[in-house]
Design a binder for this molecule. Structure first.
Ligand code: PML
Ligand code: MG
Length: 278
């Protein structure tokens, strides 16, 4: 017979999670990627939503789609807090890029390194002058590129909101007009990047032609949105992660970004528009 004590232990056992990852291509080129980390009961619905998203992408319909569903042992999951979020209004992408450079400098990135990385994103950071599939790794002092494969880059993976934070984040973002998948996913990704060892800052703007916004994120700045970091219609975009230290930091950093499961169970402060210097 089961004793009440055994019952109590059983109830407290952490639930196993699944990592559900989608990657879609069109004519051999990266089109869309997204992922979730969720309990087994949610896997089917989330997988269907990711497939629909690949088929309805604004850059065209996927002609090849890979879906990976993988168990994640509960004891390997780390819990973390999302970064604070605010928006610095900018009139156009010229002003937006100037503001981003100033924010990166405030975060501790050398001005030349910030400028080199921004220029690479603008020109298409993959070898053929298109957007990379993942992020660049950039030395925050010299601007040197450190990722082994400049077409793939580093793909940040295995992060999601804990169930308890899901509704709360929607309630915080909605009054700001920001409850959309771009903001939600970018905030989570930036949250995982800022929790990683040796990271100084991140610069990102979207590779979706109809989405011009981007952000600078850094441990003391939080997630600072800039509504214009590129002209509308532009497909070249992506991410640069700036790091301190030498190449010896890379294996631990890459392993954390690509493999460590992280669930965000606490929000940061969600604010509206602020001045650049705040
Ligand atoms: C993307 O979805 O491609 C990146 C979006 C970055 C900016 C999201 C935001 O509006 O805060
Ligand atoms: Mg995109």
């Amino acid at each position: 017979m089961t004793t009440p004590a055994v019952h109590a232990n059983f109830a407290a056992m952490p639930q196993s999670l699944y990592s559900i990852r989608m990657h879609a291509t069109r004519e051999g080129r990266h089109l869309s990627g997204a992922e979730r980390l969720a309990p087994r009961s949610a896997v089917e619905a989330l997988a269907a939503a990711l497939v629909r998203r690949a088929l309805e992408h604004p850059r065209g319909q996927a002609d090849r789609l890979r879906l990976t569903v993988e168990a994640v042992p509960a004891e390997t999951v780390r819990f973390a807090q999302l970064p604070d979020l605010r928006t610095v209004p900018v009139a156009d992408y010229f002003v937006g890029r100037q503001a981003a450079l100033r924010l990166l400098e405030r975060a501790g990135v050398a001005p030349e390194a910030a400028a080199i990385a921004m220029q690479a994103l603008a020109a298409g950071a993959a070898p053929e002058g298109v957007a990379m599939r993942g992020a660049m790794l950039v030395d925050a002092q010299t601007g040197a590129r450190l990722e082994a494969d400049p077409a793939r880059g580093i793909r940040v993976s295995r992060m999601d909101l804990a169930a308890s934070t899901e509704t709360e984040l929607g309630q915080g973002l909605r009054p700001l007009g920001l409850d959309n998948p771009h903001v939600r996913e970018a905030l989570l990704l930036a949250g995982k990047v800022l929790a990683a060892p040796a990271i100084v800052a991140e610069l990102c703007w979207s590779d979706d032609p109809d989405y011009t916004a981007g952000y600078v994120a850094a441990p003391h700045l939080g997630y600072v949105r800039l509504p214009h970091l590129k002209p509308a219609g532009e497909e070249r975009g992506g991410r640069a992660f700036f790091l301190r230290g030498g190449r010896e930091e890379l294996p631990a950093l890459i392993d954390f970004l690509e493999k460590q499961p992280v669930l965000f169970d606490r929000l940061g402060a969600l604010r509206g528009e602020t001045l650049l210097e705040e």
